[in-house]
Design a protein around this ligand. Structure first.
Ligand SMILES: *Cc1c(COP(=O)(O)O)cnc(C)c1O
Length: 370
């Protein structure tokens, strides 16, 4: 089977650097919030070209902490996308916010024209959480315009888009902060959970540092009711020594694979999704759309030919049963997002995919008749 992520190949490639990192941490005898986290934060901030990085236990906490640090109050409305990892909205709810969903466009990402209309109609919405889904970068100029016109505070969910740019500017640089994830499948995945907040605001960075560590501002001084959401020294050391140094090359490989799919996929029952304008994507996923009602048969065909595939995402966040227990609203019909949720399939796109595997996937897709 050609897997969606090849952790065996990754281990073969990276094990020496990973074991060196583990040994370094073991020998240091310091396991929580030490030199490795501090160095990784600096290196991540430098790579991302955003001044401050704050490591967290995972990406969902990074969103919650950033929203709380920026002053989100209980019961405030947060405009967001219905098509994302559930964690995007769960973090809003955990931070005390109320999600308001607005439809995506054909890219599968939040429709910014529509979002702007919603914000004009509902001036009580003071927060916006866009998701740079699939490794694309939303139009950052448009986000800045929305911020200015409607006075909303924007937190960018960059869990899938580390390294993506718009006109050379990094995703995460338009809002007050970016939140990202080092979940193993992400473009910069750890050997377990991890996440980070990136911001150019030093005061916000300090508050995030406090919130991730029980709300302490100094040892045993608790100014906030914080979380325990620290990035481990071990994960920070592994990210620093094994994965961050490989990020540029693995992003290039993802781009090469995406270009090959765009050039060679030729099946009238299969369509690639457009990217937002001027997105220099990092292709966390490669989403395609399958002709109505045929997705299961398409995925079965792939599986018969040894190709794994996945769906991002099979349902909308507001349709999840857990949402029945919380307040939220839908500001627009969610037809585009719903139609994507019923037709999307993600093809394998990871840095260890070989050319032979890529050719096989393309041939398998092109052979399929619905
Ligand atoms: C993975 C992901 C998250 C959550 O990150 P975790 O580290 O799993 O908590 C949030 N948003 C998006 C878009 C994601 O893909």
């Amino acid at each position: 089977m050609i897997p969606s992520n090849d952790f065996t190949a990754q281990w073969q490639d990276c094990s020496r650097d990973i074991l060196d990192a583990c040994s370094r941490v073991g020998q240091s005898g310091w396991y929580v919030l030490g030199k490795e986290v501090a160095s990784f934060e600096q290196e991540l901030a430098a790579t991302w070209q955003i001044p401050h990085a704050i490591g967290t236990a995972n990406g969902m906490d990074a969103i919650e902490i950033a929203l709380r640090a920026a002053g989100l109050q209980q019961g405030e409305l947060v405009l967001t996308t219905p098509l994302s990892a559930f964690a995007s909205s769960l973090a809003i709810i955990r931070a005390g916010g109320i999600p308001v969903f607005s439809d995506t466009d054909a890219t599968g990402l939040l429709d910014l024209n529509l979002a702007s209309k919603v914000l004009a109609q509902q001036p009580d919405i003071r927060w916006l959480l866009p998701v740079h889904l699939y490794g694309h970068c939303l139009d950052l100029d448009h986000l800045r315009t929305i911020q200015q016109q409607h006075g909303v505070r924007i937190l960018e969910d960059c869990a899938q888009s580390i390294g993506a740019t718009h006109h050379g500017q990094p995703c995460g640089s338009a809002g007050f902060a970016a939140a990202t994830s080092f979940y193993p499948t992400k473009n910069l995945g750890a050997l377990g959970d991890g996440g980070a907040i990136l911001t150019s605001n030093p005061d916000l960075a300090d508050t995030c540092r406090s919130l991730r560590d029980y709300g302490q501002t100094a040892k045993y001084q608790h100014e906030h009711l914080g979380l325990n959401s620290r990035l481990d020294e071990l994960q920070a050391a592994i990210l620093r020594s094994a994965f961050l140094p490989r990020l540029a090359a693995s992003t290039e490989r993802r781009r090469t694979i995406a270009a090959a799919y765009h050039q060679h996929l030729a099946n009238p029952a299969v369509a690639t999704l457009p990217a937002p304008p001027h997105s220099h994507s990092v292709h966390h996923l490669f989403p395609i759309r399958i002709t109505a009602g045929k997705r299961a048969s398409f995925m079965h065909h792939l599986q018969q030919h040894g190709v794994s595939s996945a769906i991002h995402y099979p349902g909308l966040i507001p349709d999840q049963s857990a949402m029945q227990h919380t307040r939220f609203s839908c500001a627009t019909p969610l037809e585009t997002a719903r139609s994507l949720a019923s037709s999307e399939v993600s093809l394998p796109i990871h840095p260890y995919l070989t050319d032979a595997q890529l050719d096989h996937i393309i041939a398998t897709v092109n052979q399929w008749t619905p």
